[in-house]
Design a protein around this ligand. Structure first.
Ligand SMILES: [Zn+2]
Ligand SMILES: [Zn+2]
Length: 280
């Protein structure tokens, strides 16, 4: 089985109100794209910070500006559309209890836990760029510490784009030498928490031009016994299932032949096909 769980029904840009994107027509476009890509399990995971309720978790100026929509209307729409109901929820240190409350009050099939911000700045957002004045060693250490805390929090089912810090590729400083020293604490937390690790093809569309996680980090996760989830992080229908051949090559190289499927926050493993469009 192939899944695409980390989907957004709209781009992240401003001027993308739910009335225009949370429509039956738009869902039909995503479904068609999924069917064409051989994807059976489709779920939506909108960014938590686009909902007013997220301001209970954090009042970062970016969140204040983004938190326009109603979370319950979103849940109702996704359920009504017959898609798996997910959410991409940032890990906000110190807001663990409020996050658990917000998530527990709604019938999600799965929750994708993300680290975009480290402190007040973001690793993937030019408006809040952590790299201004940041040194590579420090940024990477802080990012993977935050990722470890995200995994360890126990709030989430899937750990999103696990090495997002590399998103800019050569556009930002890279730490020298073996990168495993950054991965190790996160892998330890992943193993301890049992969280599923997302293989995301979104990195292929970004300056870095690689899957998240890197082959090396993925191998460390596999060795630690972590289960994997598969997603494209599409923000447009044409990005659904993008680059899945590459993800299947990674899984094959790792000897991973099953992926996580979620329902009502329970997880089971389903066999992966060897190639896109083939039955397992
Ligand atoms: Zn994300
Ligand atoms: Zn996303």
């Amino acid at each position: 089985m192939l899944t695409d769980y980390h989907l957004h029904l709209r781009p992240d840009e401003p001027g993308t109100p739910p009335q225009r994107y949370f429509t039956a027509e738009n869902v039909a476009r995503y479904r068609e794209a999924a069917a064409a890509a051989g994807i059976e399990e489709l779920g939506v995971s909108e960014h938590v910070y686009r909902f007013r309720q997220a301001l209970d978790l954090w009042r970062h100026p970016f969140w204040e500006e983004q938190a326009q929509d109603d979370l319950d209307a979103y849940c109702e729409f996704v359920r009504g559309a017959g898609l798996r109901l997910g959410i991409e929820c940032d890990f906000v240190p110190g807001a663990e209890e409020r996050t658990a409350e917000l998530l527990g009050a709604r019938a999600f099939d799965y929750v994708v836990g993300s680290v975009h911000f480290v402190g007040e700045a973001a690793v993937d957002h030019e408006g809040w760029d952590i790299w201004e004045g940041g040194d590579a060693e420090e940024v990477w250490s802080r990012y993977f510490e935050a990722l470890a805390a995200c995994a360890r929090s126990g709030l989430f089912d899937v750990l999103a784009h696990p090495d997002l810090v590399k998103v800019w590729g050569r556009g930002r400083p890279l730490p020298a030498g073996d990168l495993r020293r950054f991965y190790e604490p996160a892998v330890e937390a992943i193993a301890a928490s049992g969280i599923a690790v997302e293989v995301s093809t979104a990195g292929l569309r970004k300056p870095v031009g690689e899957l998240y996680p890197s082959a090396e980090l993925a191998a460390m996760c596999a060795e630690a016994g972590a289960p994997f989830a598969l997603s494209s992080d599409a923000h447009l229908p044409e990005q659904v299932g993008y680059g899945y051949e590459r993800a299947l090559e990674l899984f094959a190289a790792l000897g991973v032949d099953e992926i996580c499927v979620f329902e009502e926050r329970r997880r089971r493993l389903e066999p992966l096909p060897a190639r896109v469009g083939e039955n397992p």
